[in-house]
Design a protein around this ligand. Structure first.
Ligand code: PHB
Length: 390
């Protein structure tokens, strides 16, 4: 009897050994949750293209483990995000859930990342609080405050005195509105009206009329990536350009995905942002060229969030020797720094949020095409909202 138990124990140990050896060669699965359909589909398309390009350039094996990306479409509906994240964690046993085209989607997944101890890698959404919702969240996109604060400084120093803010009525819009307005007022500027419009299918025309009636020097606008084209079209139709009202904002409104088709009314719009397809570095020129070769469109800032997100996963796995449990992987991600197509970036070891340059840009025509042309740099910007809490 005793011998039998010993045998069983030996067998069990052997089996365990086998299982862990097999595990080491298992693929590292990444659940990529993106809006591939619906209003935010341009974000899904861009991030997917950035992720694919990274894998094409760097191979699909890291530290002896194969990388397997499982793509799911949440159409930017947070209930879908939650269900898909749950399935990916429980059934597919992913090590990372990544993507998240909008803030509500990123927030919906956060408790599941905590419970499952898996990394939630935010490649798009930009509200400051997101990274505080789970110790397993890291971000390779941006925060709205990161660009809105430098924008306010620039506006106050460049003859803009009266501003109407116009933002989508949800968390990132509120962040953009508050961080811009607080700083602009501190610098002596005046916010004469604060307008919010719905996120879903907005008709900007009546809001633009209200803004025009207030006679500001500039409109500070935040719309999520994908809506800038409609905003600029209605801005022009209402004749705000002819009335001499400037467009300024975080760079989402002059998103490189839609910019080429926006028309000349957008010329001269000044925005603050972390990425322009026109960023004049060798790394970015190579990125844009390879991206355009693989796709029939220009990369925008969302694509870079996806590309850099994959870099963060690959480099963290190299550091851990292929160990992909949440605690080991997030520790490896903290403090990592590298050169992105957008310029130098790092992951803040304290907040797991991104630290990056913010560039001032003006829409200009280059060889007949519209681009955000950078003319000034604010270096190494941490999320100002979190910095202010300290
Ligand atoms: C967000 O929902 O956090 C979001 C989406 C698109 C943007 C910026 C922020 O361009």
């Amino acid at each position: 009897m005793r011998r039998l138990t010993a045998l069983k124990a030996a067998l069990a140990v052997g089996l365990l050994g086998l299982t862990s050896a097999a595990w080491a060669q298992d693929p590292v699965k990444i659940g990529l949750i993106l809006p591939m359909t619906g209003q935010q589909a341009s974000t899904g398309k861009q991030i997917k293209a950035g992720v694919d390009l990274y894998i094409k350039e760097h191979g699909d094996t890291v530290a002896g483990r194969k990388i397997e990306v499982i793509l799911k479409d949440d159409a930017a509906v947070p209930d879908n995000t939650k269900r898909l994240a749950q399935e990916l964690i429980v059934n597919d046993k992913v090590s990372v859930i990544a993507g998240f085209g909008v803030t509500p989607a990123a927030l919906a997944a956060a408790p599941l990342a905590t419970e499952g101890k898996v990394i939630e890698l935010v490649m798009a959404a930009g509200t400051s609080i997101i990274t505080e919702r789970s110790p397993y969240i890291a971000r390779t996109s941006f925060t709205l405050a990161q660009s809105s604060v430098p924008l306010a400084d620039w506006a106050a120093k460049n003859g803009i005195k009266k501003v109407v803010t116009m933002v989508s009525d949800y968390a990132p819009g509120h962040d953009a509105e508050k961080s811009f307005s607080d700083r602009f007022k501190e610098a002596g500027g005046e916010v004469i009206e604060a307008i919010r419009f719905p996120l879903a299918n907005p008709d900007f025309a009546p809001f633009l009329q209200r803004a025009a009636d207030a006679k500001p020097d500039a409109i500070m606008v935040f719309v999520p990536s994908g809506q800038g084209g409609t905003f600029m079209k209605q801005f022009t139709e209402r004749g705000l350009d002819k009335a001499g009202i400037k467009v300024i904002g975080p760079g989402d409104v002059t998103d490189d995905d839609l910019l080429p088709a926006m028309g000349d009314a957008v010329l001269g719009a000044v925005t603050a942002h972390f990425y322009s397809a026109d960023h004049p570095s060798a790394k970015n020129q190579a990125y844009v060229e390879a991206f355009k070769k693989a796709n029939n469109f220009r990369p925008n800032f969302m694509s870079v969030g996806g590309y850099d997100g994959m870099h963060l996963i690959y480099e963290a796995l190299k550091k851990t020797g292929g160990k992909a449990d949440g605690d080991t992987l997030i520790a490896a991600m903290k403090g990592m720094s590298w050169e992105s197509p957008r310029g130098p970036i790092s992951i803040d070891p304290e907040t797991r949020d991104i630290i990056q340059n913010v560039y001032m840009r003006k829409v200009e025509k280059k060889a007949g095409e519209l681009y955000n042309v950078e003319f000034a740099t604010f270096e190494g910007i941490k999320d100002p909202v979190k910095a202010a809490k300290k």
